[in-house]
Design a protein around this ligand. Structure first.
Ligand code: FRU
Length: 325
């Protein structure tokens, strides 16, 4: 039947060496373990636009049935992703987008809404008055562009909270740290700081601490579970708050399977978000720990099923030998 046909899913990741994206890949692999017949090809572009375009070109030679892509920067990746779509190979865009609408589905949170949510939270925290320092992500990434727009919309409509310093960064902790050191005097004058992801928030916090400032409120985005990530830093009190940004790995594979199996699917798969701060971080952590335990269980069961299948196939072979001899 159509359902048992072998498919190849390719995933082109803009940058793999990063806790948030490792979580995305783990989620994908777990969901894929339910479909042992699917071939999965993964490519990590290391944050390089040209490399990512090249890798997608090479993936096309593998006769792939579907492409999942998280484009590094929107403009440089648009032509190649468009060309995949135009070859009638379904395309799922995840987290970051290209500049075109030539894709079958988007899976990810709404970054404009996340920027707005952050802005509203800041206005609320500052009691409607003050200056916010912002540290943006890599310039051409849709996530940064949309978060910035959403933030400015929310601040504008508040009337009295405005952006003071703006540091154009690149999503990386180390870069944000170095830049924060360079702009430390200005940052110290801000009432609150929003870094466009938690990693950059950590870099900024480190620079502030080295300047003797331990109480500046620094907000991030991601709130990733796991030791050393956003959620646990909020619990510890080193990160003031973060906007939850789900990785969507599970949903991306589910959408891919729906497309391949010709089942109905949605073009826009918008994942929910919420402000995480001291009030709810503890609860979130308990829940994410519990989910992790359950996932370990699922992994174990999947391994057992694979084992059982092997045994079954061996027995079939033995049986065939017995019957034919
Ligand atoms: C990870 C990351 C996240 C951020 C997202 C934006 O590479 O920088 O921290 O939320 O990408 O695309």
């Amino acid at each position: 039947s159509e359902n048992n046909k072998q498919f190849t899913i390719a995933f082109s990741q803009c940058i793999g060496d990063d806790a948030w994206r490792e979580t995305m890949l783990d989620e994908m692999k777990r969901e894929l373990s339910f479909y042992p017949d699917i071939e999965f090809i993964y490519r990590d572009a290391g944050g390089d636009n040209q490399m990512q375009a090249q890798q997608i070109k090479e993936l096309l030679e593998h006769d792939i049935d579907l492409l999942i892509v998280s484009p590094n920067e929107a403009e440089p990746l648009t032509p190649i992703v468009d060309s995949v779509f135009q070859k009638n190979i379904p395309v799922i865009v995840t987290d970051r987008k290209t500049s075109s609408s030539l894709y079958n589905a988007y899976v990810g949170a709404d970054n404009l809404a996340i920027g707005k949510l952050a802005g509203q939270f800041i206005v609320h925290t500052l009691n409607g008055k003050g200056e916010v320092g912002i540290v943006t992500g890599l310039k051409g990434t849709s996530a940064s562009i949309e978060r910035r727009k959403g933030l400015l919309d929310a601040l504008d409509s508040s009337g009295i909270v405005r952006v003071g310093v703006e540091i154009q960064s690149d999503w990386e902790r180390q870069t944000a740290y170095t830049q924060a050191k360079e702009h430390i005097e200005q940052l110290l004058e801000q009432d609150i700081i929003l870094a466009f992801n938690d990693q950059m928030a950590f870099g900024v916090t480190q620079a502030l601490q080295e300047a003797g400032e331990y109480n500046k409120r620094v907000i991030g985005i991601d709130a990733l579970p796991g030791e050393g990530n956003g959620l646990s830093e909020i619990v510890k009190g080193t990160l003031f708050a973060s906007m939850l940004y789900p990785t969507g790995g599970t949903e991306a594979i589910r959408t891919a399977m729906a497309i391949l199996q010709r089942k109905p699917y949605k073009r826009d798969n918008i994942l929910g978000t919420v402000v995480i701060n001291q009030d709810n971080a503890g609860l979130m952590m308990l829940q994410s720990n519990k989910i992790q335990e359950q996932q370990k269980d699922i992994d174990k069961r999947q391994e057992l099923i694979v084992e059982q299948n092997k045994i079954y196939r061996n027995q079939q072979t033995t049986l065939n030998v017995l019957i034919t001899s």
